[in-house]
Write a protein that binds this ligand. Structure first.
Ligand code: BYC
Ligand code: FE
Ligand code: FE
Length: 470
């Protein structure tokens, strides 16, 4: 069923048949637009070559065209499913999924939806000024594509809050526009979303590591017994793939350029030659990976156990797991700190669900490292990028009170302080990266600190005018 774009809020949830809900969302819409104008992309543009969802089916779900960003059609789209979907895990496994929110799970479901919803506009706020230093029109377009889709993800959660959580839900929807990334008085909920994304290396790291947390969290909510949440998340995952593509290929291009410069000048110190040294890339990676690991919550969590038992939040690819999908008698091995040492212990599987998801994520992150190291190998450079130990630089979870080096050694405060600038981006690193951030707005031209992309967007050539500036 293609989506009707003559409606004020494009949707496939038959909004027209629920006048109250439609009016409520239509009164939230101007507040969203005000937020977008004041907190969204700062660079003035005339129009941008964007994809817009037009269908929820497998094929041809999006159309591409130049649109003025303020006129982007943010809509509400749920994946379509059979009518006989059953709960896949937890105490009520096998029972029909819920089309309404059961009273006893109202608070928990609302909390999960609010946390998910909070991250979406937060990322747009973090990326607000990046357009001013885009390394090409191609990259600028990708930034804006990510931004409008994160805006749509906010709509997705606001729809659920309005449709299923009554007055309380409407208040939470308002609050999603009032908290702001990095605001001292009313910050965003999760740590990583109050960090800055001041340069494009950070942006590529963010879309690789932090959007990837989004992929995994959405994957668990897609399993939810609350069917509207499940269907919403399934459709969001479709859009999410492009965000991670931006991160993966963005880092590819930085690493490739770094390798070229190292060869050309036969030195690791390529900063004077306008490149980003490999060790700076490593420190940025260490930072973004570690703050993204915090987004999984504590490795041992009774919240996660309760969500699972109740059917609210499943595991990554729940249906592929070969067990009873209830886990009451199972256990899992995990690394933790005990008596001043890192050890491995068995813990009840239900308590280890955040750890389980985090482990899936870590495996996925390794795939990026493999590709970047292959690029280095192919360039004949005998150095590699690595993922730091999962306990490195953590603020949340079992490692939060300890100092663990990237190599996985427990150290004291003094060693930590002495080494921190070789593990995390230093002031000098950030200044150098910032010094490379000059906008390149001529079609087909690319900044010199990264290589050109291998393809354009949607079959368009690299010198296509992806963005018309105002
Ligand atoms: N920062 O049992 P615990 C995305 C709190 S990204 C601050 O350890 P739980 C996107 C927690 O609230 C995906 N506080 O953890 C990416 C709890 O507080 P209360 C976003 C934190 O609850 C890029 C206490 O610590 N979606 O979509 O199992 C661009 C103990 O909690 C943090 C979701 O996260 C933290 N990092 O798990 C755009 C999905 N971690 O209750 C978008 C929804 C924990 O004691 N959220 N706390 O007051 C969840 O499933 C869970 O809430 C969490 C935490 C995974 C976040
Ligand atoms: Fe998102
Ligand atoms: Fe995303």
């Amino acid at each position: 069923m293609p989506i009707d774009y003559s409606e004020k809020i494009p949707n496939n949830v038959d909004l027209a048949s629920d006048r109250r809900l439609q009016r409520a969302l239509e009164s939230w819409q101007p507040n969203f637009l005000t937020w977008w104008r004041t907190m969204g992309p700062a660079l003035p543009t005339r129009d941008v070559y964007l994809r817009t969802a037009v269908d929820v089916g497998r094929e041809g779900w999006a159309r591409f065209g130049h649109v003025a960003m303020e006129e982007y059609r943010w809509g509400v789209f749920l994946a379509e499913r059979g009518d006989d979907r059953r709960i896949g895990f937890g105490q009520q496994r096998g029972e029909p999924v819920w089309q309404q929110v059961p009273g006893e799970y109202r608070a928990d479901l609302q909390r999960l939806i609010v946390i998910q919803g909070d991250t979406e506009p937060a990322s747009v706020e973090q990326q607000r000024r990046l357009g001013e230093t885009a390394p090409s029109l191609y990259d600028l377009r990708n930034l804006f594509q990510v931004n409008v889709e994160e805006g749509r993800h906010l709509w997705a959660m606001v729809y659920l809050l309005h449709a299923y959580f009554g007055r309380n839900g409407r208040e939470e929807a308002e609050a999603l526009l009032q908290r702001n990334s990095g605001d001292l008085d009313s910050p965003r909920i999760l740590g990583a979303f109050n960090e800055q994304t001041p340069d494009w290396l950070s942006f590529f790291m963010f879309t690789y590591f932090t959007d990837r947390d989004g992929k995994y969290q959405l994957g668990t909510l897609k399993e939810s017994a609350f069917d509207p949440l499940s269907r919403t998340c399934e459709f969001m995952l479709k859009e999410e793939a492009h965000h991670m593509f931006v991160g993966t290929t963005g880092i590819d291009r930085v690493v490739a350029r770094t390798a070229e410069l190292m060869r050309e000048h036969d030195t690791d110190d390529i900063a004077p030659h306008g490149g980003i040294p490999l060790e700076v890339i490593q420190r940025y990676l260490n930072f973004h990976y570690s703050v993204s690991l915090d987004l999984f919550g504590s490795e041992q969590s009774t919240n996660a156990a309760n969500y699972y038992t109740a059917g609210l939040k499943g595991r990554w690819q729940e249906e592929r797991r070969r067990d009873d999908h209830q886990l009451t008698d199972d256990s899992t091995k995990m690394t933790l700190v005990k008596n001043g040492r890192l050890t491995t212990e068995e813990v009840p599987a239900l308590l280890a669900l955040n750890h389980d998801l985090q482990s899936e994520y870590v495996t996925d992150c390794h795939s990026g490292l493999k590709r970047w190291n292959r690029l280095l190998d192919n360039a004949g450079i005998d150095r590699h990028l690595t993922l730091p130990h999962i306990g490195f630089n953590r603020r949340v979870g079992l490692f939060a009170d300890h100092h663990i080096t990237p190599a996985g050694n427990l150290v004291g405060q003094d060693t930590w302080n002495a080494k921190i600038n070789s593990w995390l981006p230093s002031a000098a690193d950030k200044t150098h990266v910032q010094s490379l951030m000059h906008p390149v707005y001529q079609p087909g031209k690319i900044a010199s600190w990264l290589t050109p992309p291998s393809n354009g967007i949607n079959g368009k050539p690299l010198d296509y005018e992806y963005v018309h500036l105002a």
